[in-house]
Design a protein around this ligand. Structure first.
Ligand SMILES: Cc1ncc(COP(=O)(O)O)c(C=O)c1O
Length: 414
């Protein structure tokens, strides 16, 4: 037993687990130890019930019909928008656009800024970006004849701030992640946003990993765009959000064209709808947006600072205990206060996929591969890593299972 659950910050993990039906499942005859939360999180029954309730009781299209079902669905859908606004402390609901995922949100942010980028101008990203916040900028740079500047990551897995400052000079855009899905690094979003704004750059913040784990506040950070994915924060798949400052969204062109995003259509011209609907063409993913609301309620009730404290405790113990496993190299900051409880690692020369397969046989679900961060993999000099990522329903017994599993991997493969 690594530790009891009885510490001052701990969440009531047993109670939390009882809300997640899937955690009762057995995998290969073993207790499921789910440590693939950076890929997607499990769903509490409140979210599952909301989906079923919508389809059973008020399934209808939104915004158009005047019948009761449509009114109920519209109200619930727009209710989620208001919850997202509160969750990230955005200035208004009109600044929240529903998308399919964080990837689409980042693509919309990129599309909104494209026309302002002229040949020779600079777009700045970092080496720790997920492909979703890298490829769109790389391609825009190619199309516009602009320069893509890639800020280095230090050996300790942090953004190299002096490199950032020199690359930021006269940049048009800074796009960076608030939390790395590989290194676990938590970047100082407020500070970096201020540095970028001093150079006149628009700031696009990837919040896909941060919004599930730490409290995020648009009015404090002051970024221009922010992307999140519902499925990484207890919500359903198929829903993401883009926050954008109202004036920027109003002045940007729409992303997709068609129904719902228009005010008037005539033979020769079309008038766009107001924001945010200008960016929500076609029938939205109504059910999943509605079922995102109980996920946000769940996190709010737990309290993001309680959740972060819980993960910090696990992170500290995990760094200590994992470092005792022979030949195990963990990437990212060594200081637990600088990072989240997501651990990408390699174990000697053993292939990451072999580690994941042997752990799977023990009921332990982790991820292996390049984690959609191939630029970072190149930097680390590895083709792939294994990755274990924790969330609010994980505890020291999950960490212990992981460590026992890794010892088994060593035993089997050496
Ligand atoms: C840091 C980061 N950004 C963006 C994404 C993309 O999220 P999605 O696949 O939900 O669009 C991910 C997903 O793993 C991520 O970890």
């Amino acid at each position: 037993m690594l530790k009891t659950r009885d510490t001052s910050h701990s969440l009531n993990v047993d109670k939390i687990r009882s809300d997640f039906p899937i955690l009762k499942r057995r995998v290969h005859g073993k207790r499921l130890v789910y440590l693939d939360n950076a890929a997607t999180t499990q769903k509490p029954k409140q979210v599952i019930d909301a989906l079923s309730d919508y389809y059973s009781n008020y399934n209808s299209n939104i915004h158009r019909s005047v019948h009761l079902l449509a009114e109920e669905a519209t109200e619930a859908f727009e209710g989620t928008r208001s919850k997202v606004q509160q969750f990230i402390n955005a200035g208004s609901q009109e600044e929240i656009i529903f998308t399919r995922n964080a990837t689409e949100a980042l693509n919309i942010a990129a599309s909104c800024t494209t026309s302002s980028i002229k040949p020779g101008e600079k777009i700045v990203v970092t080496e720790m970006e997920h492909h979703s916040n890298f490829v769109p900028w790389q391609q825009i740079a190619k199309r516009r004849g602009a320069r893509l500047e890639i800020v280095s990551v230090t050996d300790d897995g942090e953004i190299d701030e002096s490199d950032l400052e020199s690359k930021l000079a006269d940049a048009k855009v800074l796009a960076f992640t608030q939390m790395s899905n590989v290194l676990g690094t938590i970047n100082d979003a407020k500070k970096l946003t201020k540095l970028a704004h001093e150079q006149g750059a628009v700031v696009v913040l990837d919040g896909a990993q941060s919004s599930p784990h730490i409290s995020v506040d648009m009015r404090v950070i002051d970024c221009d765009y922010f992307a999140l994915s519902a499925h990484k924060m207890l919500g359903p798949t198929g829903v993401g959000c883009l926050y954008g400052k109202r004036e920027l969204l109003e002045n940007a062109p729409p992303f997709l064209l068609g129904g719902d995003m228009i005010k008037e259509v005539h033979r020769d011209e079309t008038k766009w709808n107001d924001v945010p609907w200008k960016f929500e063409a076609g029938t939205s993913n109504i059910a999943d947006v509605i079922a995102f609301a109980p996920a946000l309620d769940y996190l709010t009730k737990i309290g993001m600072s309680n959740l972060q404290n819980h993960e910090q405790e696990i992170c500290k113990t995990a760094l200590e205990e994992l470092s005792k496993v022979d030949d195990l190299e963990i990437y990212g900051p060594k200081d637990p206060s600088r990072r989240a409880a997501v651990f990408a690692f390699n174990l000697g020369k053993i292939h990451a996929h072999d580690i994941a397969s042997i752990l799977d046989a023990e009921g332990i679900a982790i991820r292996s591969g390049h984690h959609c961060a191939q630029v970072l993999m190149e930097k680390l000099g590895v083709p792939a890593t294994s990755r274990a990522s924790f969330y609010l329903y994980n505890d020291y017994d999950d960490l212990e299972a992981l460590i026992d599993g890794l010892r088994k991997v060593i035993e089997v493969l050496n």
